[in-house]
Ligand binder design. Sequence first.
Ligand code: BGC
Length: 421
Amino acid sequence: MQEKKVFPDTFLWGAATSAYQVEGGIENNDWAKSAREGKVPVCGKACDHYNRYEQDFDIAKSLGHNAHRFSIEWSRIEPEEGKFDDREIEHYRSVLRALRERNLEPSVTLWHWTIPSWLDAKGGIEHKDFPEIFARYCAYVVSRLSDLATHFTTLNEPYSTVINGWVRGTFPPFQRFPLIALARIPNDKELSKNSTTDWGEIIKFFTLANVLARAHNTAYSAIKEIAPHIHVTVVFQVHYFNAHGNPFYKLVAKFQMWNMTHRYLKKIYKNSDSIGLNYYFYTDFGSKTNYPKTDMGWDLRPEGIYDAIMEVQRYNKPVYVEECGCADAKDAFRADYIRKTVGGIGKAIKNGADVRGFMYWSLLDNYEWAHGFDKRFGLVEVNYDTLERTIRPSAFVYRDLILSHSTQNMKKVQPSSFSSV
Ligand code: BGC
């Protein structure tokens, strides 16, 4: 009974996707080029979500969701430098209308890692004007969609793209910092087989992270200038670092918390109306506990989301959990994972955190970047031959949790639930 009151009536419950991972038919960006060069798996038609979004939103609705996070594919909107494609804007307007008709509150991400080919050819995020070029694209999209959506994210997980692209060498442009070969990251050797190695990459990790902070800040100002009422945020993956016993471990954990989270958030939080938080990793220095693993080989520690949320309380902003999920092809532990995630979020709210939403990653099985289609994060299973969708049992567990935690159940959530602060 008491549990039911923990989550506010306006709490957003849903799932997330990203354009390249689900839409299909995207050929004009750096990932598609890398696939043609044999460096990453081909994405092809993916889940054909570009054509089947209505069916997918019907499923989300039937599962009790009242919100949905998705992203816009930059290469569709700006296929050539400075030339914007209004037909594609019309497509995303239809997507937004489809969400609104189902009372699914949209959370729109403007950049989920892919770079249009014309910009890739000029160096992508290494291009000296990247922040301004990105801000121009963001302002254009928001100017065309702001009557249908009020919550926009500029960048998804800026550090992940830099770490994977310039330190681990597993994402375009496949550059790898030599020492990383010593780190025990599962599957890295295979995934980074096409990378080039250079001692300069670690410097790039720091400089490009700064470029992506500037990109967010520039886009934030550009959006606010044309649409001050729009809620603008950044989505950041908070990798939580803890330590046991040894004071040296404690120091390292503190350093990593700063290095991997606060170093970035400090640069942008004044220009962010909330903190969009993704949670996947928890590292305990000095701990010998062997946690069960997801199909990605990642520790199963969903309850750690509590620490991740509390860690960003210092910014005094509302928090939206925009991703948290697990690859589990057999759907063996996903239900428990979701229960513990919701439990962790509830605990954070009880302890004073202003958490306003949870988007499970992901609504559908999808293209898991360098891993291709094998890793299955979906509440909904996708048969990639027939494109048939099958709802997994854990999706119903999530639905029941949503229903038990929301007194409003499936009532409409007003756009004002994304209020600017
Ligand atoms: C990314 C998703 C990805 C998920 C699982 C997140 O960091 O935003 O695109 O699929 O992690 O790896």
